[in-house]
Design a protein around this ligand. Structure first.
Ligand SMILES: [Zn+2]
Ligand SMILES: [Zn+2]
Length: 748
């Protein structure tokens, strides 16, 4: 905060103007200022404008100084103050303190806050039969409720949200206008008399949630309109209905998320450490991946072959009611067909989910921005985000080097996000999904346009991946009148991790993932990089092999197994020979040998695929990363041995040793663990030898708990300072932010 130069009048009365920036709208900031000013007997006013909150206070110099000291220190829980600028103002002699209306227009850049889980006070009202909001599925207040998903523009006022169509009844209006009330200027405020209503389509039940709960208990699949989109819900303990949901959704293996009524119920499903439990109850309410309990009452079809379950707690009053009524954990998975984005428009939902859902629990508050649930897990007592979306977005993340010109960063292709930046602030958009079809492309471009409006960013620099075929690259190239900045994929991973920790480099890093376009035109994915936000050097990489048949090798790990067998000069192990007939293997082996239609890759993700297939764990995948996830899952936790690999990251002797072990009949859990250990040991060796700090570990492969934990432990033992992604995913969801950090560094 810049110190106020407080110049008084003869009577010692002064007036100052304080501009507060950050997440300060829609979080109860103005009533907080009102109460503070009243307590300190300051006169003046507070208002929201397009850049944040403006406060003018007038009182004795000591009172004003006390006010300015307490203003940031005692701010409400959801507020995030980034800057307070104070300047003197002429004394007016006004008495009393007012909250005044927002001025229209101006340059909007005020932070809109993220959607926040129902607070304790609202929950009490929800379940209190004497309360006028008893069982009202849309109860909220200044400390909780929908925000980002209902905002249409800034400043954050009801008329610029999807609540604009609901006129408050006298009781709600009185709360809204009373500075002493918890709902003072709570923009989504409403009640059963005036606010949104829930409805079970095709039923005239008075209590739609109770009726939906009854259907769910009886084994129905219900589409439930939530905060950021539609979910598909069913009992998690009913094998038949979960299998039906899987079949109707055309989703073969990818695990379904669960919602448990309470933390106690969640504990019966998964083992929760302190970090996991903290994540689970956090107001962002992500889905938390944790080890499933053997006795968990969950149908096998929820998460076939996965050792973990994704569990979340209710985060909206509608969810609280529904879960309390059903009384057992529900499957709550994105309302979509296979890999399309989550459905959020009512007409679209009825059309697309008609073949999946037996019923629709809907409401009449429109969702402005589609937002998926966030996903996180804990590794070694620290948070690891796998998908950053509902609850976190659109919170800004700082850039270590300010963007002097406004930046748009378009990200990569899988698990796509975009990022906008200006000055030292960056806004990473909600999770869009895999940018591979018209639906996701539309969500992507609409999302960019919305963020440009919300945060008043007019991009002059547009950063993109080097891959010429990515739709995100094409979106960047199609924008006219801007300066384009191509950022190598793994450099973006390195930069994202550095930047979220407030660092600009230099650093060294291991960046491991499935696929990224290399500066030399080959497919990278097992990279040792040395660099900073401006640039990088490739100082090492996994020994390259062929990807027989190109993209086909991503869907069919057995092809990568053939390629690695060729590289290692080793014969085919039994599991692979049994799974794929000799003629197909010979054809693919020939591709690997000649390189025909088979690009060169140094991808660690593909190495995991190869090992999974050699071990007979998985020969074909149904979703990105499946083979690696299942290989990690089978690891023997007690196995400490490691295969040879060496600091040059040459996995040929590793593959030879794996095949030897398998031939000797070594159990697959031991083989899988020794492979993980080999990669961790080799990575740590290589990084220690590079002899620089800090060390970055990033890329989607580091979502692997075992690999990350062992690599981290080795580097800690070597006394090296390490940076690991925490606020953004290590995978491609973090790429856009890294690109923005690079563009900011290069463009200024
Ligand atoms: Zn509340
Ligand atoms: Zn009302």
């Amino acid at each position: 905060m810049s110190p106020a130069r407080v110049e008084g009048t003869a009577q010692g009365v002064v007036r100052v103007r304080a501009r507060v920036e950050g997440t300060v709208q829609g979080v109860g900031f103005r009533p907080y200022v009102y109460r503070l000013a009243s307590e300190l007997r300051c006169s003046g006013h507070v208002l929201n404008d397009a850049r944040g909150v403006v406060v003018e206070v007038e009182a004795g110099a000591a009172q004003v100084e006390r006010f300015l000291a307490r203003l940031p220190a005692e701010a409400p829980p959801l507020a995030r103050i980034e800057r307070v600028a104070v300047e003197p103002a002429p004394v007016t002699g006004e008495t009393g303190f007012d909250i005044v209306a927002s001025p229209a227009g101006g340059e909007p850049s005020a932070a809109v806050s993220a959607d926040t889980a129902t607070c304790a006070e609202c929950l009490e009202e929800l379940f209190d039969p004497a309360d006028r909001r008893y069982r009202y599925p849309f109860v909220n207040c200044t400390n909780c409720g929908p925000r980002f998903t209902i905002v249409r523009g800034v400043p954050y006022d009801r008329r610029l949200t999807t609540m604009a169509g609901f006129a408050m009844c006298p009781a709600c209006a009185a709360e809204y206008e009373d500075p002493g009330n918890r709902r003072f200027h709570a923009q989504p405020n409403g009640c059963p008399a005036c606010g949104p209503r829930a409805r079970l389509v095709g039923s005239d039940a008075e209590d739609a949630v109770a009726a939906a709960a009854e259907a769910l208990r009886d084994g129905a699949i219900i589409a439930v309109k939530g905060l950021g989109g539609y979910h598909l819900a069913c009992r998690a303990d009913d094998e038949r209905v979960v299998a039906a949901l899987r079949a109707r959704k055309h989703r073969e293996d990818k695990p379904f998320a669960l919602m448990a009524p309470t933390v106690t119920a969640a504990r019966t499903l998964v083992e929760l450490g302190a970090t996991e439990e903290a994540l689970l109850v956090a107001r962002e309410r992500p889905i938390v991946l944790a080890r499933r309990r053997a006795e968990a009452a969950v149908a096998a079809a929820v998460a076939p072959r996965a050792p973990e379950l994704g569990v979340m707690l209710p985060y909206s009053p509608l969810h609280h009611l529904l879960l309390a009524d059903v009384g057992v954990p529900l499957v709550l998975t994105s309302g979509n067909v296979s890999d399309e984005p989550i459905v959020y428009r009512d007409d679209e939902a009825q059309e697309r989910l008609a073949g999946i859902a037996d019923g629709f629990l809907v409401h009449d508050r429109p969702i402005q921005t589609r937002t998926d649930d966030s996903v996180a897990r804990a590794v070694g007592g620290r948070r690891l985000m796998l998908r950053r979306s509902r609850g976190y977005v659109p919170g800004s993340i700082r850039l270590p080097l300010a963007a002097r010109r406004h930046v748009l960063a378009c990200g990569a292709e899988l698990k796509s996000t975009f990022c906008l930046a200006k000055d030292e602030r960056a806004w990473v958009g909600h999770h869009i999904g895999d940018l591979q079809n018209f639906e996701t492309l539309r969500a992507f471009t609409e999302g960019i346009a919305r963020f440009e409006t919300l945060f008043a960013v007019a991009p002059e620099l547009v950063a993109h991946d080097l891959h010429p075929e990515y739709l995100s690259t094409k979106v960047a190239l199609e924008r006219g009148g801007v300066e384009l900045i191509g950022v190598q994929h793994h450099h973006a991973h390195l930069a994202a991790c550095l930047a979220e920790h407030g660092e600009a480099g230099p650093a060294v890093g291991a960046v491991y993932d499935g696929t990224g376009y290399g500066s030399d035109g080959t497919v990278w994915g097992g990279e040792l990089l040395s660099g900073d936000l401006h640039g990088f050097e490739r100082v090492g990489s996994l020994h390259p092999v062929r990807m027989p048949g190109g993209e086909a090798a991503i869907r069919q790990p057995w092809r990568m197994a053939c390629a690695w067998l060729v590289a290692a000069g080793t014969a085919t192990p039994a599991a692979l020979a049994a799974a794929v007939d000799a003629e197909r293997r010979d054809r693919v082996t020939e591709l690997a040998r000649t390189g025909l239609a088979s690009p060169v890759t140094s991808s660690v993700g593909r190495l995991f695929d190869a090992v999974a297939s050699l071990c007979g764990v998985r020969h074909e995948v149904n979703y990105e990363g499946q083979a690696a996830i299942e290989l990690e899952a089978v690891c023997d936790p007690a196995e400490d041995g490691a295969y040879p690999m060496g600091g040059e990251l040459d996995a040929r002797p590793t593959i030879a040793a794996i095949v030897d072990d398998l031939r000797r009949g070594t159990p697959v859990p031991a083989v899988a663990a020794r492979f993980h250990n080999a990669l961790a040991d080799a990575t740590a060796d290589a990084l220690v030898r590079l002899g620089a700090e800090p060390i970055v570990l990033s890329g989607g492969v580091f979502a692997n708990r075992r690999l990350l934990a062992r690599t981290r432990a080795l580097l800690e033992r070597a006394g090296l300072r390490m940076l690991v992604p925490e606020r953004l995913p290590p995978g491609d969801g973090g790429i856009s932010y890294g690109q923005a950090a690079v563009a900011a560094a290069r463009g200024s």
